[in-house]
Design a protein around this ligand. Structure first.
Ligand SMILES: *Cc1c(COP(=O)(O)O)cnc(C)c1O
Length: 415
C-alpha cells in the first residue's frame, strides 16, 4: 500500500511516525551518499521550514548558501512562475529572449565582460578548469599537455572525477581514481607556497576566497591581494570560486572585495539560482572566455530560459545592495554573539558576514551531537569535519530569530 505522498505503509506500523516512515523509505531506495539529520521537511518560507509532523525549524544552513534570499522568496517565485508560462527550455541550439539580459546583467554585476552559464557549481568549476587550460595553450603559450593549476589544500570545489582528483579530503577522493593530473596543491593561506608553486606551465591559481566546507576558514589578511599581485606578475589567471562565499553571504557581493581584489575569473553557483533552480556561471573577460569556439563546450540546460529568468531576479536583488548590507549588519551581530560563547564548549569561531564556523571543543562533544540537540530545539544546522558547526542562515533572517538561534546554540553546547 502506498499513500499519495509515496510513503510505503504496512498495516500494523501505526506507531511509526510520518518522519520514521519517510526516512525508512529513503534509506531503502536511495544511495547513502549523505547522512542527513532525522527531519523530513514538507514546506518552507523565509528562514523557516516545517516538517511532516508540523514542527517548525529555523534554517541556519540555507542550502549551503543556495538559499541566501530565503525559502519561497516572493520575487523569485513570481519570476519563475511567469517564465514557466512562457518557455522553459530551448537548448542553446536556438536563442531565447532571457539569455542576453542574463549574461549582460551578470557581467555588469561582476564588473566583467563575458558570461558562460552552466547549471551546478561543479560544472562551473570544470568550465573554469577547461577555460584556464585552453587559455594557457592558446594565449599564454604553454606547451601542449603541460598546463598546471595551483589549488589549495582542504579545498572544496565539487564532486566530479577531475575535481576530486585535487581534493585533499580522503572521503571525497578515495576509490575514485585514476585521478586527473595537472594540479599542484599548496597549503591554504600561505602566499609563499603559491609563489613557489607557480612556474612557466602554470595557467591558473584556483581558490575559495573563504574556504566553506573546510569550516569557514578566512585566509590571513593580505593573502588574496598577494595572490592577485603574483598572478598578474606571472601571467597566470586568478580564478575565485565564489560559489559559496559570493552573492551577499559575507556582507559584500563577492568575498574578494574585502581585500579590494578583482580576480580574472569568478566561478558562481548556489545562490545564483535563488534556491529555485540550479544556475551556475563562469564570468570573465572577452580575452579569457573568448578561447571557446562553437562545439568546444556546452550543456543542454546551461543558460535555459527558466534559469535565466530566476538568475535575472537574483541579480536585480543584489544590485540594490540591501542584502549585502543586511549580511554585514546581522553578521556583526552574529559574530558578537558567537564570541561570547567561546570558552564554554566552543574553542574557536571564524567567518565573515552571516557565515560562521564554530568549533566545538572535541573533549566535550562532536558537531553531530550539537546538530542533533539543535534539531530538537528547532534549529537546523549541519556539522562539517567532525567538530565544526557551520552557520549560514538566509540573509532575510530577522535579528530576533538570529538571537533566538544563538540562545538555542548556547543551550545545546556540550559542557
Ligand atoms: C557547493 C560548492 C561547489 C559545488 O557546487 P555544486 O552545485 O554542489 O556542484 C563548488 N565550490 C564551492 C566553493 C562550493 O561551496
Amino acid at each position: 500500500m502506498t499513500t499519495t505522498s509515496g510513503t510505503p505503509t504496512t498495516p500494523g506500523d501505526t506507531a511509526a511516525t510520518a518522519t520514521d516512515r519517510q526516512i525508512a523509505a529513503a534509506e531503502a531506495h536511495s544511495a547513502h551518499n549523505y547522512h542527513p539529520l532525522p527531519v523530513v521537511v514538507a514546506t518552507a518560507e523565509g528562514a523557516w521550514m516545517t516538517d511532516v509532523e508540523g514542527r517548525r525549524y529555523l534554517d541556519m544552513l540555507a542550502g549551503y548558501s543556495a538559499l541566501n534570499f530565503g525559502h519561497g522568496n516572493p520575487r523569485l517565485i513570481a519570476a519563475a512562475k511567469a517564465q514557466l508560462d512562457r518557455v522553459t527550455l530551448t537548448s542553446r541550439a536556438f536563442h531565447h529572449d532571457r539569455f542576453a539580459a542574463f549574461c549582460a546583467e551578470l557581467a555588469e554585476l561582476c564588473g566583467m565582460e563575458t558570461v558562460l552559464p552552466m547549471n551546478t557549481g561543479a560544472e562551473a568549476v570544470e568550465t573554469a578548469i577547461k577555460t584556464a587550460r585552453k587559455w594557457g595553450y592558446r594565449v599564454k603559450g604553454v606547451p601542449d599537455g603541460r598546463a598546471r593549476i595551483v589549488v589549495a589544500a582542504d579545498n572544496f570545489h565539487g564532486r566530479t572525477t577531475t575535481i576530486v582528483s585535487f581534493s585533499t579530503d580522503p572521503e571525497a577522493r578515495a576509490d575514485f581514481g585514476p585521478y586527473t593530473p595537472g594540479f599542484t596543491i599548496v597549503p591554504y593561506g600561505d602566499l609563499a607556497a603559491v609563489e613557489a608553486a607557480v612556474d612557466d606551465d602554470t595557467v591558473a591559481v584556483l581558490l575559495e576566497p573563504i574556504q566553506g566546507e573546510a569550516g569557514v576558514l578566512v585566509p590571513p589578511p593580505g593573502y588574496l591581494a598577494g595572490v592577485r599581485r603574483l598572478t598578474t606578475e606571472r601571467n597566470v589567471l586568478f580564478m575565485a570560486d565564489e560559489i559559496q562565499s559570493g552573492l551577499g553571504r559575507t556582507g559584500r557581493t563577492f568575498a574578494c572585495e574585502h581585500e579590494d581584489v578583482v580576480p580574472d575569473v569568478y566561478v558562481l553557483g548556489k545562490a545564483l539560482g535563488g534556491g529555485v533552480v540550479p544556475v551556475s556561471a563562469v564570468v570573465s573577460s572577452h580575452d579569457v572566455l573568448g578561447v571557446f569556439k562553437p562545439g568546444e563546450h556546452g550543456s543542454t540546460f546551461g543558460g535555459n530560459p527558466l534559469a535565466c529568468a530566476v538568475g535575472l531576479e537574483v541579480i536585480a536583488m543584489l544590485r540594490t545592495g540591501e542584502y549585502q548590507e543586511r549580511a554585514a549588519e546581522l553578521g556583526t551581530h552574529l559574530h558578537r554573539g558567537l564570541a561570547a560563547l567561546t570558552g564554554s564548549g566552543v574553542t574557536e569561531v571564524r567567518g565573515r558576514g552571516l557565515w560562521a564556523g564554530v568549533d566545538i571543543d572535541p573533549a566535550l562533544g562532536t558537531g553531530r551531537e550539537v546538530s542533533e540537540r539543535l534539531l530538537a530545539r528547532g534549529v537546523l544546522v549541519k556539522d562539517t569535519h567532525g567538530s565544526t558547526i557551520r552557520l549560514a542562515p538566509p540573509l532575510v533572517i530577522t535579528k530576533e530569530d538570529l538571537d533566538w538561534s544563538l540562545d538555542q546554540l548556547h543551550s545545546a553546547l556540550p559542557r
